[in-house]
Design a protein around this ligand. Structure first.
Ligand code: SAM
Length: 241
């Protein structure tokens, strides 16, 4: 379970919100049982359930966990907003594979339109999916999901990363292999993945003008929901030998 950092002391963790229902009613856990907790930014522990009520669960820290399960390189997925439920899949699997953070963006060939109300609902649902996937895969860090941005804002966001790439299937780009070989665990990598219809040549030129490197993810055209998973799996292969 993920708890707020100020609910996680050296000795005790306090769980509130939906997780209380999960522990008490879904898992039907009892005092003395152990759970795995993390503050979402790298502090994790094994803790023993001590006090359970309908509103709050308190657990005593048994052991701080030093095992590191985080992908050594920070990979952020900028995902062209896909149709249907694909974003949910991307966030769930991307979290399992170790993504550091995600943000959706809209671009020339984006089909889905989100108004403010829909966007707020989607963000809430997407964050829940990330949290559950992070718990399931015992992540120490809870991946952040930033609100959707425009393509231009996605390019501007590149300034926060040490390496930015745009995945483009047309010939001529660098290979992901070359990019990975030049990176170290200290880097933070931003990868932009296009929506179903891909990026226009003009968008790729704009990205390159902002310092993004155009990269190929191999000779086959991957579906938009596969592309990010491929990048994350390659990062794991490169940095978790
Ligand atoms: N525009 C293409 C089409 O409709 O034939 C394909 C777009 S692809 C389904 C969606 C996104 O996945 C692309 O914009 C790109 O970011 C990424 N992608 C898929 N396969 C790729 C590859 N082999 N190399 C680089 N990027 C790829």
């Amino acid at each position: 379970y993920f708890v707020e950092p100020d609910h996680f002391t050296d000795h005790e963790v306090t769980i509130v919100g939906d997780d209380v229902h999960h522990i008490v009613n879904v898992m039907r856990a009892k005092e003395g049982e152990e759970i795995f907790v993390s503050d979402g930014s790298g502090r994790s522990a094994r803790a023993r359930l001590a006090i359970l009520s309908a509103k709050e669960v308190k657990a005593t820290v048994v052991e701080r966990l030093e095992e590191k399960r985080e992908l050594p390189i920070r990979v952020t997925i900028g995902q062209g907003l896909p149709k249907g439920e694909k974003m949910e899949w991307i966030l769930q699997k991307g979290t399992e594979l170790g993504a550091f953070s995600f943000f959706p963006f809209s671009s020339e060939r984006t089909i889905v339109k989100l108004d403010a109300k829909k966007e707020a609902k989607k963000l809430e649902r997407w964050r829940k999916i990330i949290k559950e996937a992070a718990e399931q895969s015992h992540r120490d860090v809870l991946p952040q999901l930033l609100p959707p941005v425009s393509f231009r804002e996605a390019l501007a966001a590149g300034a926060q990363y040490t390496r930015c790439v745009i995945a483009y299937e047309k010939e001529g780009g660098a290979t992901l292999h070359q990019v990975m070989d030049e990176l170290s665990a200290k880097d933070s990598l931003l990868v932009l993945i296009g929506p179903e219809g891909g990026f226009s040549p003009d968008e790729v030129a704009q990205a390159e003008a902002k310092g993004f490197l155009s990269v190929s993810l191999g000779p086959r055209i991957l579906r938009t929901e596969t592309a990010s998973q491929y990048v994350l799996a390659c990062a794991s292969y490169q940095f978790e030998r």
